[in-house]
Design a protein around this ligand. Structure first.
Ligand code: 3PY
Ligand code: MG
Length: 257
């Protein structure tokens, strides 16, 4: 039987929030456990986590085997990594620091097969997991894989309408820490500050106008609820190491009473 095919696009079309875990630790064994948490998917952080591509390969396989879609936040907006991650079985790629329309177009070129982009052929794992014949995979791949541009600087905010209108782009993903740092000229990280939320309202509107999914990094219940209230439906809910720390703190608290 073919491995599960994660139809994220239809899932997003339902409008139901998609809340996912975020991993920084390079471990397929841990990825298999995290994939079984009561969340909708697992994102591997290759930018600030300790996860390199050889680690990601085993982690993506473990996540998919556990019945969840694998997402990857890449190290940078480079031309090679999106295709490489999709070849390994990832369903979604999120590229950091996409600040201009030209950078968004480069991201789509890296992530999509022609005519939308120039992804190179060779999806060994993805092809086998899809259970499709090569010609069918080629036809379906641009629909089956999704690509998000991170909006996390003042420059990106100024260009957000043009970025959102990039043909082939599937979603915008706000990095609220970097966004608030650049909005405050380095003075603060404020994920729910007035300026951050007003910027995020503008990003959500640009996404909505162009039929894109609006996503953001949440990280805690209060932040997630705030972003849901702004219309965001694709939210990183919790980081692996934070979940462990919170579990231990909860245990300590329970033992103290
Ligand atoms: C940010 O908030 O800047 C992010 O990139 C989320 O990890
Ligand atoms: Mg960031």
């Amino acid at each position: 039987m073919a491995a599960p095919h994660f139809d994220l696009r239809s899932r997003f079309a339902s409008g139901e929030p998609f809340l996912f875990s975020w991993m920084s630790v390079p471990s397929p064994a841990l990825a298999a456990q995290v994939a079984r948490l009561p969340l909708d998917g697992v994102c591997l952080d290759m930018q600030h986590g300790m996860i390199g591509f050889p680690d990601a390969v085993g982690m993506i396989a473990a996540i998919n085997a556990a019945g969840r879609p694998a997402l990857v936040r890449t190290l940078w907006n480079d031309a090679a990594t999106p295709g490489q991650c999709f070849d390994a079985g990832a369903s979604c790629v999120i590229a950091p620091m996409v600040n201009t329309r030209a950078q968004a177009e480069a991201l789509v070129r890296a992530a999509k097969y022609p005519p939308m982009g120039s992804r190179s052929w060779g999806g060994y794992t993805a092809l086998q997991a899809s259970g499709l014949a090569p010609a069918d995979y080629l036809r379906e791949a641009n629909r089956m894989t999704m690509v998000f541009a991170m909006i996390e600087t003042v420059e990106a905010l100024e260009n957000v309408e043009a970025i959102a209108a990039t043909p082939g782009l599937d979603g915008l993903f706000v990095g609220p820490s970097d966004l608030s740092i650049t909005l405050s000229k380095g003075a603060a990280i404020d994920k729910t500050g007035k300026d951050t939320l007003s910027a995020m309202t503008k990003v959500a509107a640009a996404a909505g106008k162009n039929g894109l999914v609006a996503g953001a990094f949440g990280g805690s219940a209060d932040v997630i609820k705030t972003y849901l209230g702004l219309g965001y439906t694709f939210i990183a809910a919790a980081v692996d190491v934070d979940l462990m720390q919170a579990g231990a703190a909860e245990l300590r608290k329970a033992l103290a009473t």
